[in-house]
Design a protein around this ligand. Sequence first.
Ligand code: BTN
Length: 241
Amino acid sequence: MSDIIFLKSVDSTNSYLKSHIGEISDGTIVTAEEQTAGRGRLGHSWNGAAGMLPLSVAFVDPPEYETLTARMGLAVCDSIERTVPKIRKCGIKWTNDVIIANRKVCGILCESVRFCDKNFVICGIGVNISQNEEYFKEAGLPNAGSILSVSGENVGREVLLREIAEQAKSRAAMPFSECIEEYRSRLLNIGRQVRLISPNGERSAFAVDIAQNGALICRDENGVFQVNSGEVSVRGENGYI
Ligand code: BTN
């Protein structure tokens, strides 16, 4: 994997790689000290406070790209557990929100760009490292937390960055069939009643399992159906998870 591009300030690390698509190769990574216009899933914005580590990794023609986002969630879980001794197990809220002590500590946004007949997938990862509880309260993010706020530990920014770079590369090369058991064991939604929220409205269902293609298998009074990650936000019946 090529080395990491370090920027002082950028609008969005995902946007940076997309606008430099002709100059990047498989494994190019960019990070920044500050992100001024971070983007989240489903058109949301992503808060760019100084305690947040933004990075984006480019993959060119990755195999099974529909499960790449789930595999990046696993890469982040592994990385946090390896570098923060007090954090023993990270959970995942489908598809790839990394949850520790009921707080969302990391969000992931994967975007595809077609260029020169190749499929570039840009995986953007935002890890909250050191913001405090007060910060999230004031920002109106009651479900968010940072590694520091949930564990009391201050992990080095570059230590975590380099671990994620390593794990992301390794998970991108791994078939989902080899990851699915671990992914299932980390998923916090399985076996629970969930709310599926899309631009067309909200629907209640029971989350049964995960499919080989990474879709969430759900059941309601009309039967069993699959949900793909581009379509919906998933919430617990009575709360965030
Ligand atoms: C989410 O909505 O949960 C996904 C958030 C993804 C944020 C990261 S921060 C690095 C990269 N650059 C962006 O603009 N977004 C992603």
